[in-house]
Design a protein around this ligand. Structure first.
Ligand code: FES
Ligand SMILES: [Fe+2]
Length: 423
């Protein structure tokens, strides 16, 4: 795997000369036309994570996922043959949405041998085959075999289910993920099945939210209220530098050092009573589960002591692996050029005692607190960008991943436009 240690001279950004160091335009985040291009160029061509295998735990289970960014709803199934597949969640008769309960835009999950359309009763097996047509004899030479659910390319990596809406994806999922992301392989994702989840609808472009979580320049300032004053003031003065950044194709990772995360080593008067009592907080329960030896790729910069690695998988998915025995994910699902849905999942090995359970919940709540603090700036930033009071913004070396993510958006859109012009 290519290693990109910070050179003795220069900077992270200069280590990737293709990024340049110029001012950056955020027109990609305020333009309805650019958003329409992103939908075609990025979201209909990249592999998108839509869930995990635990959501289809047995043969005969399924879940639906609304994907307004590509204008569809999908159905992910584990059929009786055990294989995981994805389909457009619509009936082949007259296009009614196939799987939904009370409200057609709500996501659902369940188990069934067959899925039956509410409109005229056509039924489908979970492998997509059309199994039953009501009053079949009324149709004209209808061959059921030609009216299965319309499949979507689907593949699974380390339990993460990905789909691709390209007619013929130009890369397999593994080729798309590339060596840096594949370096996480072997991390025990499958053992961490206890999940805390929250979703917010945010009035900002999806990339503005992504940016808020791929730099830590903001940390000592934006999150200062989360620290006791005795720590917050010196930290703010010192600023913060992440010890490792790496870019591989369209994907990115930033790693933090572990020293900040050892709340339990701080003098007790500096630790919140709620954290002391539950022995847990933002960085997870203090007694971390033993996950065994982790694959070296989860800490690609070999940072010691290591805190967390935040992998940004293009375009809208992040996996954060924490030193302290858990991981979490972010998804940024655009709903328009100026709005998106932000999904957060926190995963850990299931608690075995009530104390462990309380610790997990405390960690999830603390995590949500921080995350919403980050999200709090998004609408204000979007407003600033849309005011168009300037066209260009300076990004520093700690914001190298923000620079890269906008570059990727412009690049994928640019390639798509060139291909279209060629016809
Ligand atoms: S639309 Fe589904 S059975 Fe008619
Ligand atoms: Fe933050």
């Amino acid at each position: 795997m290519p290693q990109h240690p910070k050179p003795a001279e220069g900077s992270w950004t200069q280590h990737y000369p293709e990024l340049g160091t110029e001012l950056v335009s955020y027109k990609d985040s305020i333009s309805p036309e650019f958003y329409e291009l992103e939908r075609e160029a990025i979201f209909k061509r990249a592999w998108l994570n839509v869930g995990r295998v635990e959501q289809v735990p047995r043969n005969g289970t399924y879940f639906t996922k609304e994907l307004p960014v590509v204008g569809t709803s999908i159905l992910v199934t584990r059929a009786m043959d055990g294989r995981i597949r994805a389909f457009h969640n619509f009936c082949r008769h007259r296009g009614n949405k196939l799987v939904w309960k009370d409200f057609p835009r709500d996501e659902v999950s369940g188990s069934a041998r067959q899925l039956v359309c509410k409109f005229h009763g056509w039924a489908y097996d979970l492998d997509g085959a059309c199994a039953f047509v009501q009053q079949e004899g009324e149709f004209f030479d209808l061959d059921k075999a030609r009216f299965g659910l319309v499949p979507v390319h689907c593949d699974v990596w380390e339990g993460f289910i990905f789909v691709n809406f390209d007619r013929e994806p130009s890369q397999s999922l593994r080729e798309f993920l590339g060596p840096m992301i594949l370096g996480m392989e072997g991390y025990p994702f499958e053992r961490q099945t206890e999940r805390y989840y929250f979703r917010s609808e945010v009035r900002s472009n999806w990339k503005i939210c992504l940016d808020a979580f791929q730099e830590f320049y903001h940390a000592p300032v934006l999150h200062q209220a989360q620290l006791p004053a005795a720590l917050a003031v010196p930290r703010r003065k010192a600023g913060y530098e992440a010890p490792h950044y790496q870019i591989d194709g369209p994907h990115r990772v930033v790693t933090t050092a572990g020293s900040l995360h050892r709340v339990w080593e701080m003098p007790p008067e500096l630790v919140r009573p709620s954290e002391r009592v539950t022995r847990s907080g933002l960085f997870g329960p203090w007694e971390a589960p033993d996950l065994g030896e982790l694959p070296p790729g989860v800490n690609p910069g070999k940072v010691h002591p290591w805190g967390l690695s935040s992998f940004q998988i293009f375009p809208n998915f992040a996996i954060l692996i924490w030193h302290h025995g858990f991981y979490n994910t972010y998804h940024y699902w655009p709903t328009s050029h100026g709005t998106h849905v932000f999904d957060v999942n926190i995963y850990s090995v299931p608690a075995k005692t009530a104390r462990e359970r309380v610790g997990r919940e405390m960690a999830a709540v603390a995590f949500k607190d921080f995350t919403l603090q980050d999200a709090n700036t998004l609408e204000a930033t979007q407003q600033g960008l849309e005011a168009r009071f300037t066209d260009w913004f300076p990004l520093n070396d700690q914001e190298v991943l923000c620079r890269h993510s906008h570059k990727m958006a412009y690049q994928w859109v640019g390639e798509y436009q060139r291909e279209r012009r060629k016809g």
